[in-house]
Design a protein around this ligand. Sequence first.
Ligand code: AMP
Length: 212
Amino acid sequence: MNFTDLGLAEPILRAVREQGYETPTPIQAQAIPAVLQGGDLMAGAQTGTGKTAGFTLPLLHRLAAQKPLRDARGRVAIRALILTPTRELAAQVEESVRTYGKYLPLTSMVMFGGVGMQPQIDRLRKGVDILVATPGRLLDHHQQGTLDLSQVQVFVLDEADRMLDMGFIHDIKKVLAIVPAKKQSLLFSATFSDDIKALADRLLNQPALIEV
Ligand code: AMP
C-alpha cells in the first residue's frame, strides 16, 4: 500500500513525501481510510507506531475539503480539537499538524498550562482551525470566555489511557459537555482498561475498531 492509494489530497501527499515516508504504517493504513469516511474510531496504538499521522493526515484532508467556519465575531472557528495528556505531546502533535498541513490554508495552535494565558488569548483572537491542547488549560480558557468550541467537528483524544492515569477523567467529561454532541470522535489509547472502554462508550458512536 502507498500513501497515494489512500485518497489524501495532493498538498498532504506532498508534505508526506517531503518527510521521506514511503509507505503508511499499519495504524495509518487502517486509520486513514476510517477517518476519511467520517465515522468514529477507537484505535489501539502505542507511541512510535505513526499514530499521530494516522489521525492528523485524514483530519487535515477533511478540514481542507470544507470551507473554514467563522464564529460569531467573524473569526476563523475551531473545527478540530485534539486533547493530549502532556504539554510535550501537545507540542509534538501540533508540530505534526504544521508539518503535514504546510501546503494547506489551515491554521493551528497549541495550548497548555504553566505558561502565560495572554499570548494564548491573543492567538485565539486571530482565529484558528485546529487546536491542540491539554485539558486543564483548555478549561481555564473556556471558563474565562476566551475560547469558543461550539463549532468543533472533529474531536481527538490522544493517549487516552495516560490521560486517565493522570487523573484527567473529570476534565475530559467537562470538555465533552462543551463541544457539540454531533461530531466525529477519535480515541487513541495504548491499553484498553474498563475505564477506557467506559469512556469510549460515552464518547464514540458505532466506532471502527483498530488494533495494531
Ligand atoms: P508517532 O507514533 O506518531 O509518535 O510517530 C513516530 C515516528 O514515526 C515519528 O517520528 C514520525 O515522523 C515517524 N513516521 C510516521 N509515519 C511514518 C511513515 N509512514 N513512515 C516512516 N516514518 C513515519
